[in-house]
Design a protein around this ligand. Structure first.
Ligand SMILES: NC(=O)c1ccc[n+]([C@@H]2O[C@H](COP(=O)([O-])OP(=O)(O)OC[C@H]3O[C@@H](n4cnc5c(N)ncnc54)[C@H](O)[C@@H]3O)[C@@H](O)[C@H]2O)c1
Length: 377
């Protein structure tokens, strides 16, 4: 089998999720190329060496530029904070590499567009890690909607709730807390959490037309880890919006890091003419399904355990009834990417198609400022 040399940038949460995916994928999926953990890059030479040893990377660098300019690397995988995405992706495109990039694509629409332009100019394959599309129950929801089983869609509802930033003593900036620093993250929960909800929503229900949003910063100042000073907070702690989809359906979206008791509760529900479906990340193998065409006396919500060999991706795993987890969504995404390399149709979402999510994120932030409905596509 042909080899596909991966160069990973960043060894944090996503660096581990991606490395695990590259190592596992060939054992469970029939692949046209075998990913090879060729090199990893981050800034701390000691830590990057430890990571490279633990995850069996062949080499490591303390500057991502060395990795991007390494002729042996086929794919540059960007798993570093949002402020690094554009510079690395543009350099990788100019070096002719395939590019996988973590979400959100960039800190803002302009940066994201520059990445799309660079990749198009270089003619390189791209993909953004919106991994929730590859959870079997979510992929199954897409099949049900696409097959027309729900009929005309009237409502889409999604939320992503956390509570980890509620303490006013939590500082901003630096390792692990870069998400609270506007210069690094770009936006708060809109680009971080809602971007996932928006990507899934567009994938399931088509493009959005317009949005009306509100955001709030509950803690206005926090100590900055890098300067040591108390500094203004520029990212929103909570973000909620109404949306109109192009198919005529109405939607509500909410994300916050101030929902006490919630750690990572991503839920979605879709209501159609004939039926409804609902999904919950805490119980990620179940798809709740209601079919109004069932016999009246038996009508009710069914809880489908999405572990059958006929369900998306599941034939590659164990036997029906046995579950897989969060990390498998990344394995599925690698499998789809690798097997699409020689195909005309790329694995989705590409940089170009992920711009739809970037546009909605931009419109949500605009609307929260203007107090008006804003166009989202
Ligand atoms: N798909 C998902 O579900 C998901 C989940 C979490 C994070 N993310 C995204 O993944 C990206 C990384 O997030 P994370 O949670 O893994 O962050 P993290 O803080 O855990 O890790 C970031 C890594 O990037 C490295 N890094 C920072 N600046 C760098 C630079 N200039 N050059 C090279 N390396 C650098 C750090 O050393 C660290 O290893 C972000 O864009 C984030 O939005 C996506």
């Amino acid at each position: 089998m042909k080899k596909l040399n991966i160069g990973l940038i960043g060894y944090g949460f996503m660096g581990r999720a991606h490395s695990n995916a590259y190592l596992s994928v060939g054992r469970f999926f029939d692949l046209k190329y075998q990913p090879v953990l060729k090199a990893v890059a981050a800034r701390n030479p000691e830590k990057i060496k430890q990571f490279a040893d633990k995850w069996e990377f062949q080499s490591y660098h303390d500057d991502w530029r060395q990795l991007v300019n390494d002729a042996e690397i086929d794919v540059v995988d960007i798993a570093s904070p949002n402020d690094t995405h554009a510079e690395i992706a543009i350099a990788a495109a100019q070096a002719g590499k395939m590019i996988l990039c973590e979400k959100p694509l960039a800190r803002n629409l302009q940066e994201a567009q520059r990445m799309v332009d660079a990749a198009q100019k270089a003619g390189v394959r791209t993909m953004v890690w919106y991994n929730y599309r590859r959870i079997p129950a979510v992929a199954f929801a897409r099949q049900l909607i696409a097959s027309g089983k729900l009929g005309r869609i009237f409502h889409y509802r999604a939320k992503f709730l956390q509570d980890w930033t509620m303490s006013p003593d939590l500082p901003q900036g630096g390792a692990a807390l870069w998400r609270l620093d506007a210069d690094v993250a770009g936006s708060g929960v809109t680009g971080d959490l809602l971007a996932h909800c928006i990507d899934t929503a567009i994938w399931l229900n088509g493009e959005m037309d317009s949005v009306s949003a509100m955001t709030e910063i509950f803690i206005k100042e926090r100590k900055h880890n890098l300067t040591g000073k108390t500094e203004k907070i520029g990212i929103e702690d909570a973000s909620a919006f109404l949306a109109r989809f192009k198919n005529g359906s109405l939607a509500t979206f909410e994300a916050t890091r101030f929902a006490r008791g919630h750690k990572a509760l991503y839920t979605l529900e879709v209501n159609g003419q004939n039926g409804s479906l609902a999904w919950d990340l805490h119980d990620l193998h179940r798809l709740q399904w209601f079919d109004h065409r069932d016999e009246g006396v038996l009508r009710g919500w069914r809880s489908v355990h999405v572990t059958d060999g006929d369900h998306p991706y599941m034939a590659n795993w164990w036997v029906p009834g046995l579950a897989i987890g969060y990390e498998h969504s990344f394995i599925h995404q690698v499998a789809d990417f690798v097997n699409s390399i020689d195909e005309k149709a790329p694995a989705e979402p590409t940089f170009e198609s992920a711009m739809q999510t970037e546009k909605v994120v931009h419109a949500v932030l605009e609307s929260a400022q203007s107090g008006k409905w804003e166009k989202a596509s």
